[in-house]
Design a protein around this ligand. Structure first.
Ligand code: CA
Length: 226
């Protein structure tokens, strides 16, 4: 679960945020001082920092500047209306977003989720892998919601590749997956199975290349090219 560092000197506001974030599945740490937040981030990096602009020691802006010397952690500013935060200033300092008080805790958690989603490319790779669905009992694979019409060998090949994204399989390893004795003739048949698999995938997504060729090594399934 993503860990959120809250830097806010007003306990009532911090409590509201902690409650909202924890109800949403985040873990939280609460600090009241800017310098303490910088030190904390150095020792135990959080995934995102919610940073009040008006803090008792140094300002949230100064805190953010110090953080930026060693960290790219997403920062969301909290600002009181009276502080009249200038959006441009906040963004120039390297903040990712800001919310003006009084705010609704739901708005804050929604923004936190949006920032994390935007900044974590791994999240996208995970959803790309869901483009494929394997039904082992029926020996069927779907791609982008459409059923692929596969031979038994093509199914086994695709299944092996899908089960270990980014792993490069040699032709021999893929032959093992087919349960066929490895000999010279069969190695070439792997290439022809892959060729026909690709043709079937291309009918559904002409511009995608889920099966990657690694010259001299073999093949892999790449979620980011799916
Ligand atoms: Ca404050």
């Amino acid at each position: 679960m993503p860990h959120i560092l809250i830097v806010e000197d007003e306990a009532a506001i911090a409590d509201t945020l902690i409650y909202a974030l924890q109800s949403d599945g985040f873990t939280t740490t609460w600090l009241t001082l800017g310098l303490a937040a910088v030190e904390h981030q150095r020792a135990m990096p959080a995934d995102l920092i919610i940073l009040d602009v008006g803090l008792p020691d140094i300002t949230g802006f100064e805190t953010c500047k110090q953080l930026r010397r060693f960290s790219e952690v997403p920062v969301m500013f909290l600002s009181a209306r009276s502080e009249e935060i200038d959006r441009v200033v906040g963004l120039e300092i390297g903040a990712d977003d800001y919310v003006v008080k009084p705010f609704s805790p739901r708005e804050v958690t929604a923004r936190v989720r949006a920032i994390l989603k935007r900044l974590l490319p791994r999240t996208e790779a995970a959803s790309a892998s869901e483009l494929f669905g394997i039904d082992r009992e029926r020996v069927q694979i779907t791609y982008r919601g459409q059923l692929l019409s596969l031979t038994r060998h093509e199914f086994r090949l695709m299944q092996s590749l899908l089960e270990q994204p980014e792993r490069v399989f040699s032709r021999e390893q893929l032959l093992d997956a087919l349960g066929t004795a490895a000999d010279a003739g069969y190695e070439r048949s792997i290439d022809s199975h892959i060729k026909s698999l690709r043709a079937k995938l291309r009918l559904i997504a002409p511009d995608a290349e889920p099966i990657q060729t690694h010259r001299g090594l073999g093949y892999s399934y790449s979620p980011s090219h799916s």
